[in-house]
Write a protein that binds this ligand. Structure first.
Ligand code: BES
Ligand code: MN
Ligand code: ZN
Length: 505
């Protein structure tokens, strides 16, 4: 794990393998990039010509741009990394937190294989420091558990944040928050990236039990026998085709002075083959990512515990492997769900809503102030919103708006989506109370409407469909690696912080 230190040292004097500076686009009409605040000492070592040197090398200051330069004499570090920040802010303005986070991430990624880097990015206050620290710790992430140790570069081992005050309360708290959030996001990424032959419901439950205990959480696991006894027909129906049985896991964090309670429910399909309604080739290679919601929920509860937030937070992980076999649920089967409703399974690939429905109904029994579920639920949401933002649906407009705002504060892109009542009748079933499929058009909203049926009376609920951003198949960018991204973790932690402040929208 990458270590983080705060430092008042100057960029020229700190001993490190590299020093990271920011470079922004020049003002309209001006030619060449401009060096950002924080880089003064480095610029001085270049005789004030750093911007000109960068221009010669073709740097423009565009977001995501990384330029490596050998350091001139006068700097303790042998290497300078200039990272693009995009447009410079208005006079005296600060860079948006997400800009700093991404820039720090790009730099940390470029520094794989190095031991220590000094980050001299523009840090005005503790909030900026938190963003740079998060970006650096997230950008340094790599998943190498299944590779020969000599195969790849080791992640950057140490990040020193310059321009910060190590003894200042606000900076210390910001660093603590950044470490907890980034490490837990990286935990979620590890869970997502672990191949499905090793991460299955039972092993996921074991990991959650061990890590949960370590952080003082109360963990409860329902195995198959307990699920049968409890009447969890949705979770059992999805899991019954697999050699490895399903689990429901509850992880509870409580604070003695908490005034608000939040339930987080995560879709944990450790592999989604589609079941008997098998996915076609080309659609199942990345389906180990179908437990990203459960990973995000678990990581967020641990982060809240590490931060000691004044809130009661319960995570529910609905874990199953969706496989075809002689014991699998057939299209046409009717399941009796935990809530008592019956569901005709028309398509076994619409399995996420079945496991979530049971977990949402169970979570409702504790009457939390709000329930938020997180799921890689529909391809339709990816078609609607693309790969870089999740959709938010809710049974309460103010809560949906609050979540959108919360995500933005946390630096995650999202967009509010409706739950139009006219799509409900598409799920009418001649045999059961409802079917697990409805109109194809608006499929993401249909899935949301299905879940809504299982929310307890009078409980505020929101649904985050993270099918787009949960897993990144393209080239890495900013602090986002290939594979699991840790989508929704920051939003959930921020929501828990808001709840701790009594502000749930
Ligand atoms: N896990 C998938 C959704 C998904 C798609 C996640 C792409 C990540 C990337 C989900 O279980 C699924 O298969 N949904 C179906 C529902 C349909 C059968 C009603 C879909 O979206 O096609
Ligand atoms: Mn599916
Ligand atoms: Zn799925």
């Amino acid at each position: 794990m990458t270590a983080l230190t705060l430092s008042t040292a100057g960029a020229a004097t700190l001993r490190a393998d590299a020093v990271v500076v920011g470079v922004a686009k020049g003002a309209k009409g001006a030619k060449g990039p401009v060096v950002a605040v924080g880089a003064e000492a480095v610029d001085a070592a270049f005789d004030g010509k750093l911007a000109a040197v960068l221009e010669t090398l073709g740097a423009s200051g565009a977001e995501g741009e990384v330029t490596k330069l050998p350091a001139p004499s006068g700097l303790k570090a042998p290497l300078v990394i200039a990272v693009g920040l995009g447009a410079a802010p208005e006079e005296d303005g600060a860079y948006p937190a997400e800009t700093l986070r991404r820039a720090a991430g790009s730099a940390a990624r470029a520094l794989a294989g190095s031991k220590k880097a000094a980050f001299a990015l523009p840090v005005g206050d503790a909030g900026d420091a938190q963003a740079v620290a998060e970006g650096a710790l997230l950008g340094a992430y790599s998943f190498t558990a299944y590779q020969d140790a000599g195969n790849g570069k080791k992640p950057l081992a140490e990040v020193a944040l310059l321009g910060t005050k190590p003894r200042d309360k606000a900076f210390k708290e910001a660093a603590g928050r950044a470490v907890a959030v980034a490490e837990e996001m990286n935990r979620a990424r590890d869970l997502v990236n672990t191949p499905p032959n090793d991460l299955y419901p039972e092993s996921f439950a074991a990991v959650a039990t061990a890590a949960g205990k370590e952080h003082g959480l109360k963990v409860q696991v329902w195995d198959e026998k307990a699920l049968v006894k409890g009447g969890f027909g949705g979770i059992l129906g999805v899991g019954q085709g697999a050699a490895r049985g399903p689990r429901l896991v509850k992880v509870a964090y409580t604070h003695p002075e908490a005034e608000k309670s939040l339930a987080l429910v995560g879709k944990g399909i450790t592999y989604d083959s589609g079941g008997i309604s098998l996915k076609p080739a080309g659609h199942n290679e990345t389906m180990k990512c179908d437990m990203s919601g459960a990973a995000a929920v678990f990581a967020a509860v641990v982060a809240a515990a590490r931060l000691g937030l004044r809130v009661n937070l319960t995570g529910w992980l609905a874990l199953a492997e969706n496989m075809p076999s002689g014991t699998a649920t057939r299209p046409g089967d009717v399941l009796r769900m935990y809530s008592g409703k019956t569901v005709e399974v028309l398509n076994t690939d619409a399995e996420g809503r079945l496991v979530l429905a049971d977990a949402i109904a169970k979570a409702s029994e504790e009457s939390p102030d709000a329930i938020v579920d997180v799921a890689t639920l529909t391809g339709a949401m990816v078609l609607a919103l693309g790969h870089r933002r999740f959709g938010i649906m809710a049974n309460d407009d103010a809560f949906r708006a609050a979540l959108h705002e919360t995500a933005e504060e946390a630096g995650e892109d999202s967009w509010p989506m409706p739950l139009p009542g006219d799509l409900r009748k598409g799920m009418d079933s001649p045999t059961a109370d409802l079917a697990n499929m409805g109109d194809r058009m608006g499929g993401g909203l249909v899935a949301g409407l299905f879940l809504k049926e299982f929310v307890g009376e009078g409980i505020t609920w929101a649904h985050l469909d993270i099918a787009g951003p949960a897993f990144h198949e393209g080239a890495p960018f900013g602090y986002t690696p290939k594979g699991g991204t840790g989508s929704a973790v920051r939003t959930l932690v921020r929501l828990a912080e808001r709840a701790a402040d009594g502000d749930l929208g």
